[in-house]
Ligand binder design. Sequence first.
Ligand SMILES: NC(=O)c1ccc[n+]([C@@H]2O[C@H](COP(=O)([O-])OP(=O)(O)OC[C@H]3O[C@@H](n4cnc5c(N)ncnc54)[C@H](O)[C@@H]3O)[C@@H](O)[C@H]2O)c1
Length: 352
Amino acid sequence: VVKVAILGFGFMGRTHLEAYRSLPSVEVVNIGDPNAGSRLQDVPNSAGIYSDLERLVRETKADVIDVCLPTFLHEKYVLLAAQRGLHVLCEKPLALTVAEADRMLEATNKAGTTFMVAQVLRFFSHYTKVKELVTSGEIGQPIFAAAARLSEPPQWAKWFQDPAKGGGALFDLQIHDLDYLLNLFGLPNSLMTSGVRSGSGCWDQVMNVLSYADKQIAIESSYRMPIGWPFTSTLRITGTTGAIEYRFRVQGNVDQAARAQHELVLYRNGKPTERFDFDDPDPYVREIQYFIECVENRTEPSLVRPRDCRNAIAVLESSLQSLVTGSPVSLAHLQQEMPATATQGSSANASH
Ligand SMILES: NC(=O)c1ccc[n+]([C@@H]2O[C@H](COP(=O)([O-])OP(=O)(O)OC[C@H]3O[C@@H](n4cnc5c(N)ncnc54)[C@H](O)[C@@H]3O)[C@@H](O)[C@H]2O)c1
């Protein structure tokens, strides 16, 4: 049995708990949250509840620390868990700066334990299928991709509105599409980002254009949609002989994702249009199950490599620079660390 301690019992902490509960080989032994209050009522009796998170990490008998805390707290608790030699799952985005991300990678490397970032898109059947169709040449050579993630501001917590705690839509939303597209296409040569800041200083409405030698990618991310806007994410990839479009829409915010409508369509010159439907098992369950398998088998979480998650944060840091200066930013320095084609051959399709 793998014993897990969850830090942060808000939206994601509860989502992860449900996923762990569906796995017979996992026991959630601790939950840490200074102000979870009545949300803890339906927690399993055996789980030791802590309001002091540092104490929890010092005392826990868990094998795994699962960090579901607001983003600005990720580094602190990943480092504490690594110092104790525990396996770590950390919610996205990994961090708000490359410096933080590097310290997290160094600490977890040194600990020699399993470390994974919860980039859940890698475990969606639809996104996995899109990757499969693109890499198998179904649309020819990709020339353009457009992704969007448009949401009302999260109503369940205030920290999302603080640029130093959540990083705004640039970090909190764009990381999903960016991480996915970097995994598919590798690192771009340069980027140009435009956007609008919210009253609290968050870059909450942004458009990022990533330039490659042979293609362009545009990613729009917004927490500036009015209350009542149905959470929407879209992905369109155009190739020399076809195009793929995926649409995800749900009435309410992303916490209602289980009721979402999905549409995935493949268009090809001279061939019939194809639609793909999945009886999609909850992607959060697939993500958690994969992580636990990596812990049990002592294998690298190769579907979500920490190094790639770190590079996505580096791209976002460059986007922030572009937003502030109004100028394009070269990513040549990152290219040297991870060649643009590095992920093309990797098997990032979640196969279970
Ligand atoms: N993968 C996804 O689809 C997804 C969706 C939403 C959020 N997230 C990520 O998960 C993480 C947690 O987000 P969430 O929506 O669960 O947030 P949340 O506010 O609902 O939960 C965070 C919990 O941490 C606790 N906490 C402990 N110390 C705190 C402090 N100093 N300040 C504020 N809260 C503190 C809060 O009490 C709260 O229960 C974030 O990194 C976020 O980006 C991921």
